[in-house]
Design a binder for this molecule. Structure first.
Ligand SMILES: COC[C@H](NCc1c(COP(=O)(O)O)cnc(C)c1O)C(=O)O
Length: 323
């Protein structure tokens, strides 16, 4: 599609000598943290808002941990449409202010994203309004799949030995699998990272069916969906998906190491993906022979996100005794 009818940018696929050295294999970073509003969300949410705006809706009602909301507020601002973003109490004030700065109405509701989502569905009943899911819609997955097309264009005939991503509700996973189907990469192993306490996909895979977590107890609130979407659960069974969970402490260690190594500050949702490298999972999987195409690069999706600041990182470090 031509530039003016999409909001995302083509992001760099950056070689990382330091992370390659840490894992003993080539690691490439897909820098979604430099998308407008700081995360990959603009690909799927921007495409969804763009598509639905042609149907005459005047107000978009998006439930979000924060990042999908920022993408929706940005898209509606560009489209000249009203936006209501419903976030849980765990969403920080800096994100709320950013949302308001984009002209969105912000409603804070409930302890976790699921509570905010229930209200968003109600508010979207109003005439002229339409609901925007942060992760559970085929149009969103179609937008997210543009990331794979860019990887294919960058890598040419080279196939990744693995794709590493963070999973919240599963929209990024569903989108990547859609793109992988298009480019013939369904055999590429997917390393699906979650934090313990926001591990709805891992819990479902262990149970053999979709389950709902009792609560979100991880600091990675932007991964905080208690139930993984159906499509993501199906994707996990249709692909060579390796589900890994990490502790919040490992996430904070990964964030700090990445800041020192690559001079970029990312939030806990993204730190979960980075922990695949810094907690030694990539190295282990390689030694276990799980990465069938060992000569290919590991591609890590640096998903970005706004739920971080230097002071929050310092608070997290003292919370986990990492000073
Ligand atoms: C509760 O929150 C769901 C969603 N965040 C999801 C998210 C993910 C995971 O993407 P998903 O698996 O939900 O498509 C990864 N990386 C970042 C930085 C994210 O913000 C949101 O913003 O509303």
């Amino acid at each position: 599609s031509s530039h003016e009818d999409r909001f995302h940018v083509v992001t760099p696929l950056k070689k990382s000598p330091i992370l390659s050295n840490v894992t003993g294999t080539e690691v490439l970073l897909k820098l979604e943290n430099i998308q407008p509003m700081g995360s990959f969300k603009i690909r799927g949410i921007g495409h969804y808002c763009q598509t639905l705006s042609k149907k005459g809706y005047t107000r978009f009602v998006c439930s979000s941990g924060g990042n999908a909301g920022l993408a929706a507020a940005y898209a509606c601002n560009k489209l000249g449409l009203a936006a209501t973003i419903v976030v849980p109490e765990s969403t920080g004030q800096d994100i709320v202010q950013k949302l308001k700065g984009l002209g969105a109405d912000v409603v804070v509701k409930g302890k976790v994203w699921d509570d905010a989502d229930a209200l968003a569905h109600q508010l979207a009943e109003a005439p002229g309004s339409v609901y925007v899911s942060p992760f559970n819609n085929p149009v969103i997955w179609e937008g997210n799949s543009t990331l794979i097309r860019e990887l294919k264009d960058s890598l040419g005939l080279r196939k990744p030995s693995a794709l590493v991503l963070a999973v919240g509700g599963g929209g990024l996973l569903a989108g990547l699998v859609s793109g992988m189907t298009d480019v013939g990469w369904l055999d590429v192993p997917i390393i699906a990272m979650e934090t313990n306490g926001a591990h709805c996909l891992n819990a479902a895979l262990q149970a053999g069916e979709i389950v709902t977590l009792p609560d979100i107890t991880s600091i990675a609130k932007c991964l905080g969906a208690k139930t993984v979407c159906e499509r993501a659960f199906q994707c996990a069974r249709e692909t060579d998906l390796i589900s890994i969970t990490v502790d919040d402490r490992e996430v904070i260690e990964a964030i700090e190491k990445f800041l020192d190594d690559e001079l970029m500050l990312v939030e806990p949702a993204c730190g979960a993906a980075l922990a695949a490298v810094y907690s030694g999972h990539i190295e282990r999987l390689k030694l276990e022979g799980r990465l069938k195409n060992p000569h290919g690069p590991v591609v890590l999706i640096v998903c970005g996100g706004s739920a971080i600041s230097l002071s929050q990182l310092l608070d997290f470090k003292s919370q986990f005794g990492l000073n």
